[in-house]
Design a protein around this ligand. Structure first.
Ligand SMILES: C[S@@+](CC[C@H](N)C(=O)[O-])C[C@H]1O[C@@H](n2cnc3c(N)ncnc32)[C@H](O)[C@@H]1O
Length: 296
């Protein structure tokens, strides 16, 4: 594989801006691979549902506007689960040979950039890497036809959401499209984070995960039109598959030190987990906002 060209965006030499961001970065690493795999034993379903929620092949064609290519910036690319889910759909796979989606990847984690790059296949063709946070992105002249972030903005501190979304909007080319998929406060990801921090972070070192509501509020101050659609994902794991449940939950909170047993024994987190039990399974419900952004 050819190394991707790097861009003028600042390398992540500065310390993570919060304990939440530090926990995220520590887990998006080779050392965190097992936890990542445990998480995606369930969360791959999120991306499958996201891929089914739109006519993405049609969106690519519209943005290409008669050309044979378009440019994409994948913000917080993680390990590339969204492109992977899209490639599994016949409509996007069939674009190979017809259209090139020149894909720039952005992530503060070198591990994530390398993982995501390894998943790309036509019509996605890897272009530049931006090894930085979204709030530190140096937007190239002209931006990108399509800028998306799928479940990528949780680790921004509250005061970084405004600057992060400002860079996101700046990155959308004139006539282009921005898409954000982000869990709402009612979603499992944010509920479990809240319960976990309440019991296992008593000094309040961590900051809460960013919600879709915060993303939309940040966009409200920018010269864009925004529309939202609520998606509901449901993932589940058998009650007796404790290893999978533990790995998934530990990754949700970026903390491998608290066992499933300890989580269940905690009055708040345990109460929440008990409320997720249905027919011999833990069932986790996600209320996710699919946010569409265009220049006003
Ligand atoms: C759950 S993954 C995103 C999943 C991804 N969209 C996919 O398709 O698989 C979250 C990613 O956000 C990255 N991240 C954390 N803080 C960030 C920030 N401030 N700006 C951009 N990315 C960030 C992490 O390093 C991690 O790779």
């Amino acid at each position: 594989m050819h190394p991707a060209p790097t861009t003028p965006s600042p390398a992540p030499t500065s310390a993570p801006s919060s304990a939440t961001s530090a926990a995220s970065l520590a887990h998006w690493s080779e050392a965190g691979r097992r936890g990542m795999e445990a998480f995606y034993a369930l969360a791959t379903e999120d991306y499958r549902q996201l891929a089914a929620a739109r006519d993405w092949a049609g969106i690519f064609r519209d943005l290409a506007a008669g050309r044979d290519r378009l440019t994409l910036l994948d913000v917080a690319c993680g390990s590339g689960k969204f492109p992977t889910a899209l490639l599994a759909t016949p409509a996007v796979a069939a674009l190979a040979g017809e259209l090139v989606v020149e894909t720039d990847l952005l992530d503060p984690s070198r591990f994530s950039l390398d993982e995501a790059r390894g998943t790309l296949a036509p019509p996605f063709v890897g272009a530049a890497d931006h090894e930085c946070t979204v709030q530190d992105l140096v937007v190239r002249p002209g931006g990108w036809d399509l800028v998306w972030s799928t479940h990528g903005l949780y680790a921004l501190a509250p005061d970084e959401v405004g600057p992060g979304m400002a860079r996101f909007v700046e990155a959308i080319a004139p006539g282009g499209l921005g898409v954000v998929a982000q869990a709402t406060t009612a979603s499992h990801y944010l509920v479990v984070d809240e319960a976990f921090r309440g019991s296992f972070d008593p000094d309040g070192v961590r900051v809460p995960y960013t919600s879709a509501e915060q993303v939309v509020a940040a966009l409200a101050g920018l010269p864009v039109t925004v529309s939202e659609e609520l998606l509901t994902y449901r993932t589940s794991v058998a009650l007796d598959d404790r290893a999978t449940a533990e790995g998934f939950l530990q990754r949700c909170v970026f903390d491998d030190s608290v066992s499933l047993e300890a989580m269940e024994a905690d009055p708040v987190l345990g109460g929440y987990l008990a409320s997720c039990v249905e027919d011999g399974r833990w069932v986790f419900d996600h209320a996710v906002s699919l946010i569409t952004v265009r220049h006003a």
